[in-house]
Design a protein. Structure first.
Length: 683
């Protein structure tokens, strides 16, 4: 057989296997028995092994696991993978429809068209296709940065390695859910039992664990599947067709390209149709072959989506209608008190283990003593446990008719259960707090973890487990002890060595050079986030001025109200906190002087900018900081109708398209540099 004949045979097998995958995963109409599919697959494997020069990346055979990874690389999402706001009852959904209608200035008798689909209980992922070929898979992560799981997603048969047809954009990011069907979950657990391994408690945990395997050969053995529900980045070549104008038509286009979509998807006219759809799907929930925890509704016309825009963490044009939390009755065995980073002393219910919503629950939050008193919960009571949103276990209510004689009242401890310091309960606040500050080991660990985090002092290599170990070994008693760590101390810890110690100590040394805003944020003062810390720094200019300010002075800052001012002053009046600050500056933590900026030097005051893409002359965070110094409000999110201009670097992606569609002014890097260098307020 000649090579050209073999090449034709291999191409035919690949085409036939891809077609069977499409019929099985997208059309849900398998055309051949599994045994016939397996025979075709084995023929392909055998031919490719005999003729390795004919192997290509998009072959169905390349779904098998590759060499194990040492760790996952991070992926910066070009378009953030945002969360969804939740609706927990019909009124919440009606209110959402009213907000949409108000923003679009539509009359009450104009029905909005919505796209609706089940909210799958799986793991959100991003799939990047270039020229129709899968080049990367990534987790959602924190919405801005995820993990590269390309090798693992390639093992999932439902995900096409090459899109069908030819009319796809030259660059397309498909977003969807990877999940484990109920039957696959049961089969996986049966295998785990047979191997004397720990079973998974629910399909979502099994899917998450399968996707985060460093060895993709393990992922390949898990019966994962995929469902597409949206897109992120999209770039077109000249003359290419644009994506459809509605969400449901977009999903149908995805299906034509070989991407699975949910068969329960519907296009609904008006809010009453949405309410009816909820009842219909709730009745079918138990009979579906996969777990769902609600329904996602999206304004269907994409032009209206663009008009509605986004808030910081979610689109204004979509909402998730959650199903009622699942509940069970169990017994309250005891109440413990945990201490958090800010000193909050939180009551935690210790329960007789009960299976709720796919998870065995033995602990549940009681939030605070106000909630304990509201519930009138006592040790020994029978209680109803609910998984709010099917995630967070909480005590919903007490079954009073089952209260036993001698049930014990829950009392707030007078002393911190960790360090023994006095527990204070400030009038008007629900939370009780330990007064020990960083001297309390529970707060110490969390305070250090916050201090070293990426948005604070950004000490690379100092993760949660290493912080715990350093505190437990007595090497970190306060924040400033970080700067006293010695190479032998660090290198001698478990899983550390000379090179790791060198890298960590270098990162700690580098963190000494910071900004006043970052330093303020790193202290972990309640309600003082990045934006508020920046406003405080620009207003007061020095740390001493902030410490000396009273509540009235603090409230002169735009981001600071009475509550934030109270938390700031309370923190900065405590001797142990002032001592911690002095120790940090004595250890060499420093920052450049914050310059006074006059009104004339803030030509962009009151203007709003979005920034995207890659810049040559400076990093995007530097550009953001310099614009803010000129008075601008800057976001890296999606531009909205309120955005004055989009500053677009290379590979600006869909944000540029959105800005152009909204008629927003677009600046390139040259115009940005001209402004920053000359301070020209006329631009």
């Amino acid at each position: 057989m000649t090579e050209s004949t073999v090449e034709q045979q291999i191409a035919a097998l690949r085409c036939e296997i891809d077609e069977h995958n499409y019929r099985y995963y997208v059309e849900d109409e398998p055309s051949v028995p599994d045994a016939e599919y397996d025979r075709l697959f084995q023929q392909l494997l055998q031919l490719e092994q005999q003729h390795p020069q004919l192997l290509i990346a998009s072959s169905p055979s390349q779904r098998v696991g590759a060499a194990a990874l040492g760790s996952f690389q991070q992926v910066q999402h070009e378009v953030p993978m945002l969360s969804l706001d939740n609706a927990f009852n019909d009124q919440d959904l009606v209110d959402f429809d009213r907000r949409v209608r108000d923003r679009l200035k539509l009359s009450d008798d104009y029905p909005i068209e919505y796209g609706a689909e089940p909210k799958l209980d799986g793991i959100a992922v991003s799939l990047l296709y270039e020229q129709g070929q899968l080049v990367r898979g990534a987790t959602r992560g924190d919405g801005a940065v995820g993990e590269n799981i390309s090798l693992n997603v390639r093992t999932i048969n439902a995900i096409p390695l090459q899109l069908r047809g030819t009319d796809w954009p030259q660059r397309l990011e498909v977003r969807g859910e990877i999940y484990l069907p109920k039957a696959g979950f049961d089969a996986l657990n049966a295998r785990m039992r047979a191997s004397d391994l720990k079973e998974f408690v629910n399909p979502r945990n099994a899917a998450a664990g399968s996707l985060r395997q460093l060895d993709s050969a393990v992922t390949a053995t898990r019966p994962l599947t995929f469902c597409a529900y949206g897109f992120g980045v999209v770039e077109y070549a000249e003359g290419q067709n644009r994506l459809p104008d509605s969400h449901t038509q977009l999903l149908l286009q995805f299906k034509r390209w070989g991407l699975p979509i949910n068969p329960e998807m519907a296009s609904l006219n008006g809010i009453q149709a949405c309410l009816d759809y909820y009842q219909q799907l709730a009745a079918k929930r138990a009979s579906l072959g996969y777990e769902i925890d609600g329904i996602v509704y999206k304004v269907n016309p994409r032009a209206l989506q663009q008009q509605l825009g986004f808030v910081a963490r979610a689109p204004r044009w979509a909402i998730a209608r959650k199903f009622p939390a699942q509940e069970e009755i169990t017994r309250l065995l005891d109440v413990d008190f945990q201490v958090g980073r800010t000193g909050a002393v939180t009551p935690v219910a210790r329960l007789e283990p009960v299976f709720v919503g796919g998870v065995t629950v033995s602990n549940a939050t009681l939030h605070n003593m106000d909630e304990v008193e509201r519930l009138d919960v006592r040790i020994g009571d029978s209680v109803v446990v609910r998984r709010a949103g099917d995630v967070i276990p909480q005590v919903a209510r007490v079954v009073l008719e089952r209260r036993p004689d001698g049930a014990c009242i829950v009392e707030l401890p007078q002393a911190c259960p960790v360090c023994g310091s006095q527990v204070e309960r400030i009038e008007g606040e629900a939370a009780a707090r330990c007064s020990g500050g960083v001297s309390c080991s529970a707060q110490r660990k969390q305070a250090i973890k916050h201090y070293v985090s990426r948005k604070a002092m950004d000490i690379d290599g100092l993760g949660d487990k290493l912080v715990d170990l350093l505190v437990d070994k007595g090497l970190l008693q306060q924040l400033a002890d970080l700067y006293q760590l010695q190479h032998p101390q660090v290198a001698g810890l478990d899983r550390m060595g000379d090179k790791s110690a060198d890298n960590l100590l270098a990162s700690i040394e580098l963190s000494k050079q910071t900004t006043l805003a970052k330093f303020l944020y790193s202290l972990g003062i309640r309600e003082v986030g990045e934006a508020t810390a920046g406003s405080l720094a620009r207003h007061f200019l020095t740390l001493d001025a902030i410490i000396a300010a009273d509540e009235e002075d603090l409230q002169q800052v735009s981001d600071v109200g009475p509550v934030v001012a109270q938390h700031l002053q309370l923190f900065l009046q405590q001797p142990q906190n002032l001592e911690s600050i002095r120790a940090l500056t004595a250890a060499g933590v420093t920052w450049p002087e914050v310059k006074v900026v006059s009104a004339e030097q803030q030509p962009l005051a009151g203007r709003s900018f979005a920034i995207t893409g890659k810049f040559e002359a400076m990093a995007r965070p530097d550009a953001k900081a310099r614009l803010e110094a000129l008075g601008a409000k800057v976001t890296t999110g999606v531009p909205t109708a309120k955005t004055d201009a989009l500053i677009a670097g290379a590979k600006a992606g869909s944000k540029l398209a959105k800005a152009q569609a909204l008629g927003i002014e677009v600046w390139d890097e040259a115009k940005l540099l001209e402004l920053l260098q000359a301070g020209d307020s006329t631009l």
